[in-house]
Design a protein. Structure first.
Lengths: 219, 134
């Protein structure tokens, strides 16, 4: 006998993500899911962002297979950091975030940054309850990475190209990279920056600041 | 590796949709091209994740959907396996749409009645054979 069904496979994850989203929105916290390959500079970007936007009260959930190193790095700049170790899991799922939220005082936050496990593929399909996905590429990763990972390009609310300070030393066709992105997601803001030198950080900080204003607590 | 998480969710979902007393034989899913699902990795994940579950010894039928493209210049819409293609009108940047589907579309199951009928058939067949040989 054939049983016809039409059901989203990740229904369970998506239901938990919806609960997370309700909790975060109610607390007036603007939440981003930062997704990028290992070594693209996610942690460095967050460190710099925490330093520059102290007044916005940013908390961080950081996902890695193992180690507490990222959380230790960020704990220098904020008290609200939770490290999630996924073991063998290549991405965070909504239940990881739900559990992590129990260790965070949301009433003291304006922004929550979820640093996903370094991976441009798996994390994109799992809703965590974020307001925006932020996709991150790096000059050192090569100019073909956007074209090879259309899902993150199409799903992101803003895209970052980091390590711009390395551009003079690495073969990277910036025009090609930009045109690949334009083709997949014509209207997404594309911000080119260096967390090391700080150059180009301003538009990113402004983008975040504007989102926080929109995420005022629900009465 | 997201294939393993998908397999686990799928097993749970298939179990929910299986009629009481029935045995699942085959599971049908569809995935959009944005999901980046690798066929071999998906089958491997299925083999690893299903033992000891209601989906043990089942076949996974995965259909990967094509990209749906829309040309902003001439309005043409079509399906393609490749996302970076030009439109027939010459426009070089057709826009992809959708593509993030990931859904269970059906199950092939053996109902208790079907199982009983199969068993009865096997018994009759088994009883007849010695007679045929005589």
């Amino acid at each position: 006998m054939h049983v016809s069904v039409v059901q989203n496979v990740l229904k369970m994850n998506d239901e938990i993500a919806t609960m997370n989203r309700q909790i975060l929105r109610k607390a007036g916290v603007f939440t981003i899911d930062l997704i990028g390959a290992p070594g693209c500079g996610k942690t460095a970007l967050i460190e710099r962002t925490l330093q520059e936007l102290k007044h916005l009260r940013i908390g961080v959930i950081v996902g890695d297979l193992t180690t507490h190193r990222d959380a230790d790095r960020m704990a220098r700049f904020t008290e609200q950091v939770v490290q999630v170790n996924t073991g063998k899991g290549c991405h965070l799922e909504a239940n990881h975030v739900r559990e992590a939220l129990t260790h965070i005082d949301l009433s003291r936050l304006g922004i929550l940054i979820i640093e996903n496990v370094g991976n441009l593929i798996c994390p994109v399909g799992f809703d965590l309850g974020q307001d925006a996905k932020v996709g991150m590429f790096a000059i050192s990763g090569g100019d073909d990475k956007a074209a090879k990972h259309p899902y993150i390009v199409m799903e992101s609310s803003v895209l970052l190209l980091s390590k711009m300070d390395l551009l003079p030393y690495v073969p990277f066709d910036l025009e090609l990279f930009r045109s690949d992105i334009r083709r997949l997601n014509p209207n997404v803001p594309m911000l080119e920056l260096s967390a090391t030198t700080g150059k180009g950080m301003e538009p990113w900080l402004k983008w975040l600041g504007e989102r926080v204003k929109q995420a005022a607590p629900v009465a | 590796m997201h294939e393993f998480s998908i397999a686990q969710s799928l097993i749970e979902l298939a179990g929910q949709h299986c009629p009481p007393g029935a045995i699942i034989r085959e599971v049908f899913i569809e995935a959009g091209p944005m999901r980046g699902i690798d066929r071999e990795a998906m089958q491997f994940a299925w083999q690893c994740a299903t033992p000891g579950t209601p989906c043990q010894n089942t076949k996974l039928e995965l259909r990967i959907l094509p990209w749906r493209l829309h040309c902003p210049a001439c309005g043409a819409e079509w399906e393609s396996d490749d996302v970076f293609v030009s439109c027939r009108c010459g426009h070089a940047s057709p826009a992809p749409a959708g593509g993030d589907e990931l859904r269970l579309t059906g199950l092939e199951v053996s109902t208790p009645e079907e199982l009983a009928a199969e068993e009865a058939h096997a018994r009759v067949g088994g009883a007849e054979r010695p007679e045929d040989e005589r």
